[in-house]
Write a protein that binds this ligand. Structure first.
Ligand SMILES: Nc1nc2c([nH]c(=O)n2[C@@H]2O[C@H](COP(=O)(O)OP(=O)(O)OP(=O)(O)O)[C@@H](O)[C@H]2O)c(=O)[nH]1
Ligand SMILES: [Mg+2]
Length: 133
């Protein structure tokens, strides 16, 4: 059996204080309770950037004004392979909130802990944690 392959776009929403907006995955989702960068699966016919904009509007109610590619990699989970497109989002309209009932938090990037995220996020969390802001 070949593994399921999906593509995911997610946003590192960073404000002028170097804080990042994170949400907590809901009960019933994979990696429930862990923190994540808001985002989701790229649909057929969508570019990664279009998916990012759609997901950020659906999940946290913001309109993305600029999104810079931050990282792109494949990660093998036991049952699926995910191709991730991470973007740095520093300009948007609206105040992010958990539109689907999920908790949201602003955390300074120096205080991120990789153990609170799904395994695929380890490198990105480390990179952000050690960047000077
Ligand atoms: N959004 C997001 N997903 C991540 C991160 N890290 C990570 O491993 N994932 C995985 O990537 C996949 C993203 O799918 P999702 O559940 O957000 O997809 P979605 O928003 O389209 O949800 P849906 O399928 O319930 O409609 C999940 O398997 C999730 O565990 C992350 O930082 N952000
Ligand atoms: Mg999602």
């Amino acid at each position: 059996m070949t593994k399921k392959q999906i593509q995911v776009a997610a946003g590192i929403i960073r404000n002028e204080f170097g804080q990042i907006y994170l949400t907590q995955r809901l009960e019933g989702q994979d990696f429930a309770q862990s923190l994540e960068f808001p985002g989701g699966k790229i649909e057929t016919d969508e570019t990664p950037e279009q998916a990012l904009k759609r997901e950020l509007e659906e999940e946290i109610g913001i309109v993305t004004l600029s999104a810079l590619p931050y990282d792109h990699f494949h990660f093998e989970y036991p049952t699926k392979t995910i191709e991730f497109f991470f973007y740095l989002v520093e300009e948007w309209i609206g105040e992010p909130f958990g539109r689907e009932g999920q908790e949201g938090f602003w955390i300074h990037q120096s205080e991120l802990e990789e153990g609170q995220f799904p395994p695929a996020n380890a490198n990105i969390v480390n990179r952000l944690k050690h960047e000077i802001y």
